[in-house]
Write a protein that binds this ligand. Structure first.
Ligand SMILES: [Zn+2]
Length: 81
């Protein structure tokens, strides 16, 4: 598209008056950590009093994945040489 008319500074400022970012709404979880509203808690995995995410199992899976990935990285380096 081609710009046909020059916008005045006031017009640009009026449009940008709606562009400000809002602060995320934080609430205190029942575990004591602060979390985003309407999101499961990242530290205890609970939402509305129920456990939704198994945080311990997720952390263990992430550690295992990281370990296997670092081994793969070393193998790739050796293959390149
Ligand atoms: Zn929590």
């Amino acid at each position: 598209m081609v710009v046909r008319m020059r916008h005045t500074r006031a017009h640009t400022a009026n449009r940008r008056s709606h562009h400000a970012l809002e602060n995320p709404t934080l609430v205190t979880c029942e575990c004591g950590a602060s979390r985003l509203k309407h999101r499961a808690c990242p530290s205890c995995g609970r939402y509305r009093g129920r456990v939704i995410v198994d945080v311990a199992a997720k952390a263990a899976a992430k550690a295992a994945r990281r370990a296997s990935r670092s081994q793969e990285g070393e193998g790739a380096k050796e293959a390149a040489h």
